[in-house]
Design a protein around this ligand. Structure first.
Ligand SMILES: NC(=O)c1ccc[n+]([C@@H]2O[C@H](COP(=O)([O-])OP(=O)(O)OC[C@H]3O[C@@H](n4cnc5c(N)ncnc54)[C@H](O)[C@@H]3O)[C@@H](O)[C@H]2O)c1
Length: 252
Protein backbone atom coordinates (compact mmCIF):
# COMPACT_ATOMS: atom_id res chain seq x y z
CA UNK A 1 0.00 0.00 0.00
CA UNK A 2 2.80 2.41 0.95
CA UNK A 3 5.70 2.68 -1.42
CA UNK A 4 8.79 1.16 0.14
CA UNK A 5 11.15 3.65 1.74
CA UNK A 6 8.43 6.05 2.79
CA UNK A 7 8.95 7.41 6.29
CA UNK A 8 6.33 7.41 9.05
CA UNK A 9 6.62 9.09 12.46
CA UNK A 10 4.55 7.96 15.47
CA UNK A 11 4.41 9.57 18.92
CA UNK A 12 3.49 7.56 22.00
CA UNK A 13 4.92 4.59 20.12
CA UNK A 14 6.22 2.57 23.08
CA UNK A 15 2.96 0.75 23.76
CA UNK A 16 -0.75 0.50 22.98
CA UNK A 17 -2.21 2.14 19.89
CA UNK A 18 1.08 3.88 19.06
CA UNK A 19 3.13 0.66 19.08
CA UNK A 20 0.52 -1.12 16.94
CA UNK A 21 0.57 1.83 14.51
CA UNK A 22 4.37 1.85 14.25
CA UNK A 23 4.34 -1.87 13.46
CA UNK A 24 1.48 -1.48 10.97
CA UNK A 25 3.43 1.25 9.13
CA UNK A 26 6.47 -1.06 9.04
CA UNK A 27 4.40 -3.92 7.63
CA UNK A 28 3.08 -1.50 4.99
CA UNK A 29 6.70 -0.87 3.91
CA UNK A 30 7.62 2.32 5.80
CA UNK A 31 10.70 3.16 7.81
CA UNK A 32 9.53 4.41 11.19
CA UNK A 33 10.55 7.18 13.59
CA UNK A 34 9.23 6.36 17.06
CA UNK A 35 8.87 8.90 19.87
CA UNK A 36 7.87 8.32 23.47
CA UNK A 37 8.84 9.59 26.89
CA UNK A 38 9.44 5.95 27.98
CA UNK A 39 12.96 5.34 26.63
CA UNK A 40 13.31 1.63 27.53
CA UNK A 41 10.05 0.51 25.95
CA UNK A 42 10.54 2.93 23.07
CA UNK A 43 13.88 1.34 22.15
CA UNK A 44 12.25 -2.07 22.38
CA UNK A 45 9.46 -0.92 20.04
CA UNK A 46 12.06 0.32 17.54
CA UNK A 47 13.72 -3.10 17.69
CA UNK A 48 10.36 -4.71 16.83
CA UNK A 49 10.17 -2.48 13.73
CA UNK A 50 13.72 -3.53 12.70
CA UNK A 51 12.74 -7.19 13.05
CA UNK A 52 10.12 -6.50 10.35
CA UNK A 53 12.95 -5.46 8.02
CA UNK A 54 12.45 -1.70 8.10
CA UNK A 55 14.72 1.03 9.49
CA UNK A 56 13.73 2.52 12.84
CA UNK A 57 14.84 5.54 14.86
CA UNK A 58 13.68 5.99 18.44
CA UNK A 59 13.91 9.46 19.98
CA UNK A 60 13.07 9.83 23.67
CA UNK A 61 10.61 12.72 23.66
CA UNK A 62 8.15 14.39 25.98
CA UNK A 63 5.69 15.92 23.52
CA UNK A 64 4.75 18.57 26.09
CA UNK A 65 8.25 20.07 25.75
CA UNK A 66 8.68 22.33 22.69
CA UNK A 67 12.46 21.86 22.63
CA UNK A 68 12.19 18.07 22.68
CA UNK A 69 9.55 18.08 19.94
CA UNK A 70 11.79 20.26 17.77
CA UNK A 71 14.74 17.92 18.41
CA UNK A 72 12.62 14.86 17.52
CA UNK A 73 11.76 16.30 14.12
CA UNK A 74 15.30 17.55 13.57
CA UNK A 75 16.65 14.03 14.17
CA UNK A 76 13.94 12.45 12.01
CA UNK A 77 14.77 14.78 9.12
CA UNK A 78 18.53 14.31 9.59
CA UNK A 79 18.12 10.50 9.48
CA UNK A 80 15.62 10.16 6.62
CA UNK A 81 15.39 13.53 4.82
CA UNK A 82 11.58 13.48 4.82
CA UNK A 83 8.43 12.52 6.73
CA UNK A 84 5.64 11.14 4.56
CA UNK A 85 3.20 10.14 7.29
CA UNK A 86 2.81 11.12 10.92
CA UNK A 87 0.54 9.85 13.67
CA UNK A 88 0.30 12.17 16.66
CA UNK A 89 -0.85 9.64 19.21
CA UNK A 90 0.85 10.40 22.55
CA UNK A 91 -1.79 11.15 25.15
CA UNK A 92 -2.86 10.66 28.74
CA UNK A 93 -6.19 10.13 30.47
CA UNK A 94 -5.22 12.10 33.63
CA UNK A 95 -7.20 11.92 36.85
CA UNK A 96 -10.95 11.28 36.71
CA UNK A 97 -13.11 13.84 38.54
CA UNK A 98 -16.22 15.91 37.79
CA UNK A 99 -15.57 19.39 36.45
CA UNK A 100 -15.93 21.23 39.78
CA UNK A 101 -13.36 18.88 41.32
CA UNK A 102 -10.89 18.87 38.41
CA UNK A 103 -7.67 20.45 39.68
CA UNK A 104 -5.90 23.08 37.64
CA UNK A 105 -2.79 20.89 37.68
CA UNK A 106 -4.71 17.96 36.16
CA UNK A 107 -6.38 20.22 33.58
CA UNK A 108 -3.07 21.81 32.53
CA UNK A 109 -1.24 18.45 32.36
CA UNK A 110 -3.89 16.88 30.10
CA UNK A 111 -4.17 19.91 27.81
CA UNK A 112 -0.37 20.28 27.82
CA UNK A 113 0.17 16.77 26.42
CA UNK A 114 -3.00 15.92 24.48
CA UNK A 115 -3.65 19.28 22.79
CA UNK A 116 -0.64 21.61 23.14
CA UNK A 117 1.84 18.73 22.71
CA UNK A 118 0.00 17.48 19.64
CA UNK A 119 0.00 21.02 18.20
CA UNK A 120 3.77 21.26 18.70
CA UNK A 121 4.26 18.03 16.71
CA UNK A 122 1.74 18.94 14.02
CA UNK A 123 3.48 22.29 13.46
CA UNK A 124 6.90 20.67 12.94
CA UNK A 125 5.44 18.08 10.57
CA UNK A 126 3.65 20.68 8.44
CA UNK A 127 6.88 22.70 8.15
CA UNK A 128 8.73 19.62 6.86
CA UNK A 129 5.95 18.31 4.62
CA UNK A 130 5.24 21.62 2.89
CA UNK A 131 8.84 21.79 1.67
CA UNK A 132 9.05 18.25 0.29
CA UNK A 133 7.73 17.00 -3.05
CA UNK A 134 4.63 14.85 -2.61
CA UNK A 135 3.36 16.52 0.56
CA UNK A 136 2.29 14.10 3.26
CA UNK A 137 -0.47 12.81 5.49
CA UNK A 138 -1.04 13.35 9.21
CA UNK A 139 -3.38 11.51 11.57
CA UNK A 140 -4.11 13.00 14.98
CA UNK A 141 -5.33 10.64 17.70
CA UNK A 142 -8.48 12.20 19.15
CA UNK A 143 -11.21 10.10 20.82
CA UNK A 144 -14.96 9.63 20.89
CA UNK A 145 -14.52 11.91 23.92
CA UNK A 146 -13.77 14.64 21.37
CA UNK A 147 -17.20 14.13 19.80
CA UNK A 148 -19.51 13.44 22.77
CA UNK A 149 -19.21 14.24 26.48
CA UNK A 150 -18.13 11.75 29.16
CA UNK A 151 -18.73 12.43 32.86
CA UNK A 152 -15.59 12.65 34.97
CA UNK A 153 -13.30 13.50 32.05
CA UNK A 154 -13.78 17.23 31.45
CA UNK A 155 -10.17 18.09 30.57
CA UNK A 156 -9.74 14.93 28.48
CA UNK A 157 -12.95 15.72 26.53
CA UNK A 158 -11.84 19.34 26.05
CA UNK A 159 -8.39 18.23 24.85
CA UNK A 160 -9.79 15.75 22.34
CA UNK A 161 -12.46 18.17 21.08
CA UNK A 162 -9.60 20.61 20.56
CA UNK A 163 -7.69 17.98 18.57
CA UNK A 164 -10.68 17.50 16.25
CA UNK A 165 -10.92 21.25 15.58
CA UNK A 166 -7.15 21.68 15.20
CA UNK A 167 -7.30 18.88 12.63
CA UNK A 168 -10.05 20.59 10.63
CA UNK A 169 -8.27 23.96 10.66
CA UNK A 170 -4.94 22.49 9.51
CA UNK A 171 -6.67 20.34 6.89
CA UNK A 172 -8.23 23.28 5.09
CA UNK A 173 -5.07 25.38 5.37
CA UNK A 174 -2.86 22.72 3.76
CA UNK A 175 -5.33 21.03 1.38
CA UNK A 176 -3.91 22.76 -1.69
CA UNK A 177 -0.37 21.87 -0.67
CA UNK A 178 -1.09 18.14 -0.84
CA UNK A 179 -0.93 17.60 2.91
CA UNK A 180 -3.92 15.72 4.30
CA UNK A 181 -4.75 16.03 8.01
CA UNK A 182 -7.31 13.75 9.64
CA UNK A 183 -8.23 12.62 13.15
CA UNK A 184 -9.26 9.23 14.45
CA UNK A 185 -11.73 9.02 17.31
CA UNK A 186 -11.39 5.59 18.90
CA UNK A 187 -13.95 4.15 21.28
CA UNK A 188 -12.60 2.13 24.21
CA UNK A 189 -9.57 0.19 22.96
CA UNK A 190 -7.87 -2.55 25.00
CA UNK A 191 -4.61 -0.93 26.14
CA UNK A 192 -2.82 -0.12 29.37
CA UNK A 193 -4.79 3.15 29.45
CA UNK A 194 -8.10 1.29 29.62
CA UNK A 195 -6.61 -1.19 32.13
CA UNK A 196 -5.70 1.73 34.39
CA UNK A 197 -9.29 3.04 34.18
CA UNK A 198 -11.09 -0.31 34.65
CA UNK A 199 -8.38 -1.80 36.92
CA UNK A 200 -9.15 -4.95 34.90
CA UNK A 201 -12.33 -5.39 36.94
CA UNK A 202 -14.64 -7.56 34.76
CA UNK A 203 -17.75 -5.59 35.74
CA UNK A 204 -16.09 -2.30 34.80
CA UNK A 205 -14.75 -3.81 31.57
CA UNK A 206 -18.23 -5.01 30.61
CA UNK A 207 -19.63 -1.53 31.31
CA UNK A 208 -17.08 -0.12 28.88
CA UNK A 209 -17.86 -2.80 26.30
CA UNK A 210 -21.58 -2.07 26.59
CA UNK A 211 -21.07 1.59 25.59
CA UNK A 212 -20.52 0.29 22.06
CA UNK A 213 -23.37 -1.16 19.96
CA UNK A 214 -20.94 -3.97 19.04
CA UNK A 215 -20.81 -4.74 22.80
CA UNK A 216 -17.04 -5.06 22.92
CA UNK A 217 -13.93 -2.93 23.13
CA UNK A 218 -11.82 -2.37 20.05
CA UNK A 219 -8.33 -3.69 19.39
CA UNK A 220 -5.17 -1.68 18.78
CA UNK A 221 -4.91 -3.30 15.34
CA UNK A 222 -8.34 -1.95 14.37
CA UNK A 223 -7.13 1.60 15.09
CA UNK A 224 -3.67 1.11 13.55
CA UNK A 225 -5.20 -0.19 10.30
CA UNK A 226 -7.37 2.93 10.07
CA UNK A 227 -4.29 5.15 10.57
CA UNK A 228 -2.35 3.38 7.83
CA UNK A 229 -5.32 3.60 5.47
CA UNK A 230 -5.79 7.34 6.13
CA UNK A 231 -2.10 7.89 5.30
CA UNK A 232 -2.26 5.80 2.12
CA UNK A 233 -3.02 6.90 -1.44
CA UNK A 234 -6.32 4.98 -1.11
CA UNK A 235 -7.49 7.83 1.15
CA UNK A 236 -6.17 10.48 -1.26
CA UNK A 237 -9.38 12.60 -1.27
CA UNK A 238 -9.99 12.33 2.50
CA UNK A 239 -8.96 15.29 4.64
CA UNK A 240 -10.32 17.17 7.66
CA UNK A 241 -12.23 14.13 8.90
CA UNK A 242 -12.74 12.92 12.46
CA UNK A 243 -13.17 9.20 11.80
CA UNK A 244 -14.83 7.30 14.64
CA UNK A 245 -13.40 3.79 15.08
CA UNK A 246 -15.82 2.97 17.82
CA UNK A 247 -18.08 -0.04 17.17
CA UNK A 248 -20.97 2.38 16.54
CA UNK A 249 -20.73 4.33 19.83
CA UNK A 250 -21.34 7.81 18.41
CA UNK A 251 -23.99 6.54 15.97
CA UNK A 252 -26.42 5.86 18.85
N1 LIG B 1 -7.27 3.19 24.77
C1 LIG B 1 -8.39 3.83 24.50
O1 LIG B 1 -9.49 3.35 24.82
C2 LIG B 1 -8.38 5.14 23.76
C3 LIG B 1 -9.59 5.62 23.28
C4 LIG B 1 -9.62 6.83 22.59
C5 LIG B 1 -8.45 7.53 22.38
N2 LIG B 1 -7.28 7.04 22.86
C6 LIG B 1 -6.07 7.83 22.61
O2 LIG B 1 -5.13 7.06 21.91
C7 LIG B 1 -3.80 7.46 22.27
C8 LIG B 1 -3.02 6.24 22.75
O3 LIG B 1 -3.71 5.66 23.83
P1 LIG B 1 -3.31 4.23 24.45
O4 LIG B 1 -4.56 3.64 24.96
O5 LIG B 1 -2.45 3.48 23.52
O6 LIG B 1 -2.49 4.77 25.72
P2 LIG B 1 -1.32 4.07 26.57
O7 LIG B 1 -1.33 4.80 27.88
O8 LIG B 1 -1.49 2.61 26.57
O9 LIG B 1 -0.02 4.49 25.75
C9 LIG B 1 0.30 5.85 25.59
C10 LIG B 1 1.76 6.01 25.19
O10 LIG B 1 2.02 7.41 25.08
C11 LIG B 1 3.17 7.73 25.83
N3 LIG B 1 3.09 9.10 26.33
C12 LIG B 1 2.25 9.60 27.26
N4 LIG B 1 2.52 10.89 27.49
C13 LIG B 1 3.55 11.22 26.69
C14 LIG B 1 4.29 12.41 26.47
N5 LIG B 1 4.05 13.53 27.18
N6 LIG B 1 5.27 12.40 25.55
C15 LIG B 1 5.55 11.27 24.86
N7 LIG B 1 4.91 10.11 25.03
C16 LIG B 1 3.91 10.09 25.94
C17 LIG B 1 3.22 6.72 26.96
O11 LIG B 1 4.54 6.58 27.49
C18 LIG B 1 2.72 5.46 26.25
O12 LIG B 1 3.77 4.77 25.62
C19 LIG B 1 -3.97 8.55 23.36
O13 LIG B 1 -3.90 9.82 22.75
C20 LIG B 1 -5.37 8.29 23.88
O14 LIG B 1 -5.95 9.46 24.44
C21 LIG B 1 -7.20 5.86 23.54
Amino acid sequence: MHANDQVALVTGAATGIGLATALAFARAGCHVVLADRDADRGEDAAEQVRRLGRRALFVATDVADPGQVEELHRQAFAAFGRIDAACNNAGIEGEMAPTADCTLENFDRIIGINLRGLFLCLREQLRIMEKQPGGGAIVNMASVAGLVGFAGLPAYCASKGGVVQLTRAAAIEYAERNIRVNAICPGAIRTEMIDRITRRDPVSEQQFAALHPMNRMGTVAEVADAVVWLCSPQAGFVTGQALAVDGGLVAR
